[in-house]
Write a protein that binds this ligand. Sequence first.
Ligand SMILES: NC(=O)c1ccc[n+]([C@@H]2O[C@H](COP(=O)([O-])OP(=O)(O)OC[C@H]3O[C@@H](n4cnc5c(N)ncnc54)[C@H](OP(=O)(O)O)[C@@H]3O)[C@@H](O)[C@H]2O)c1
Length: 252
Amino acid sequence: MAATPIAVVTGASSGIGAATARQLAAAGYRVVLTARRGDRVEALAAELTEAGHQATAYALDVTDRAAVDEFATAFRSLAVLVNNAGGALGADPVATGDPADWRQMYETNVIGTLNVTQALLPALTASGDGTIVILSSTAALAAYEGGGGYVAAKHGEHVLAETLRLEIVGTPVRVIEVAPGMVRTEEFATTRFRGDTEKAAQVYAGVDAPLTADDVADTITWAVTRPSHVNIDLLVVRPRAQASNSKVHRTL
Ligand SMILES: NC(=O)c1ccc[n+]([C@@H]2O[C@H](COP(=O)([O-])OP(=O)(O)OC[C@H]3O[C@@H](n4cnc5c(N)ncnc54)[C@H](OP(=O)(O)O)[C@@H]3O)[C@@H](O)[C@H]2O)c1
């Protein structure tokens, strides 16, 4: 009997990562949930196991290369890697943005994705049929005022995806980039505004049906479960009420 294919999801302790872990488990993958908050990924893995799925948890900071390398030693063969860990810090103009925020966003979104991808690429290749998903953003494709460091970091992730696809063509690994627009998750905007829930709520004020974490997880799961020869290079997904990063219909 063929072994159950394994999917690693980074940033699986909340939002899109947690929803993706649930949907990939339901699609038949053995999911490995990682995030810095080990208690949260442990709890989700236990819930999925209880529901009859195969799930394990591992506390991991994607910016810690030594820890990522240690994590990767557990895998000789890997079907799917979802690079989801990431996020935004602040919404300041370029003129006054804090370089420390810019650095941290680059570290998490770009270097974090680089670390995990480099460490797991041998196992993805060894599987004979590997898939790498990079969760960027519409901020990876166009600038917006106040986007500054996040836009720069997500553009970096987009270029990582594009470059890697060029470099590994001919190997049995595909590179899929999913670029969502506005997604209402419980933590993304609150983290961006450092716990200021009022400011976080303003992001979604008057918007009829922002995307949910499940909408994006559904998109990721669809792309991952296409036949192996089909590479969804880049999939942009937005709520109907959003036409661009800065053109959002609000009923206020
Ligand atoms: N929400 C949106 O509007 C939106 C739109 C487009 C793209 N995205 C992207 O989608 C991804 C998920 O966002 P989300 O909305 O689900 O936000 P979220 O709920 O804040 O999730 C972010 C996840 O990343 C993890 N994470 C952050 N830093 C990490 C690190 N150094 N090492 C390991 N894990 C880390 C967090 O877990 P721990 O804190 O436990 O480590 C958390 O699980 C991000 O890459 C984000 O940029 C979001």
